[in-house]
Design a binder for this molecule. Structure first.
Ligand code: SAM
Length: 217
């Protein structure tokens, strides 16, 4: 278990200022990022890296997303307290912890077994209680649907139909879609049972979403 010192809090304040300067406006999201100790997700030797606005390797060929990406996706979700949120790609657990600052009702699913186990241990160690799942999140979690918000933290080739079906009416899906090099951030809103709107935002670079409705490997 790591400690959160005054110097770490100072580094988080500086990071939040950078995110504001880059255009993030959602105060709930900024407060969450200021609260969650990102260095807890890093080996002690790499603590200095934790408050740079950069992605960082977490093992298994995967990364903890860049803080700006976490903030951008979280802001697009228009999170409300008590929203029921599904995150696809638990990874380190950092994005999940940011979501938990805003709503206690978080479901998160990870495909990679060692990362899943590491994240579960992390949540247990710090007394956090998201609903954790191991499996193919490209198909969502039909047993627990509908969700008010769904966030996909890996790059998909197309928008998985299963995820669209698991949105509540008025629900929002935020997902990066593209090829293996870059992906455009999309916000899909379920306006009515059969009516969806799609908004397109800037490009990002994510690791691939695997699985049945992902890159299929
Ligand atoms: N949200 C994570 C964080 O805060 O650290 C970052 C996630 S990383 C960019 C993407 C994650 O998606 C990886 O951990 C990867 O194993 C996972 N992933 C890829 N395909 C998946 C799938 N079909 N279902 C669930 N997780 C998947």
């Amino acid at each position: 278990m790591q400690t959160d010192l005054y110097k770490h809090k100072g580094m988080r304040r500086a990071l939040v200022k950078q995110l504001r300067d880059k255009g993030i406006r959602d105060e709930r999201v900024l407060a969450a990022i200021e609260t969650v100790p990102r260095h807890f997700f890093f080996e002690k030797a790499f603590v200095e890296q934790a408050y740079k606005d950069k992605a960082f390797p977490i093992g298994e060929g995967q990364t903890i997303s860049q803080p700006y990406t976490v903030a951008f996706q979280s802001e697009l979700l228009r999170l409300q307290p008590n929203d029921k949120v599904l995150e696809i790609g638990t990874g380190s657990g950092y994005q999940c912890c940011v979501l938990l600052q805003i709503t206690p009702n978080v479901y998160t699913i990870e495909y990679n077994r060692p990362l899943y186990e590491k994240a579960v241990l992390f949540f247990r160690t710090y007394g956090l209680t998201p609903n954790t799942f191991h499996g193919d999140g490209s198909e969502g979690l039909p047993r627990y649907a509908p969700f008010d918000k769904i966030i996909v933290t890996a790059g998909a080739p197309t928008v998985p139909k299963s995820l669209m079906k698991q949105l509540s009416i008025g629900g929002i899906l935020v997902i990066p879609v593209g090829d293996d090099k870059t992906q455009k951030m999309l916000r899909i809103t379920r306006v009515e049972e059969e009516e969806f709107t799609k908004e397109e935002f800037t490009e990002f670079k994510f690791v691939p979403l695997l699985g049945k409705e992902g890159w299929n490997s």
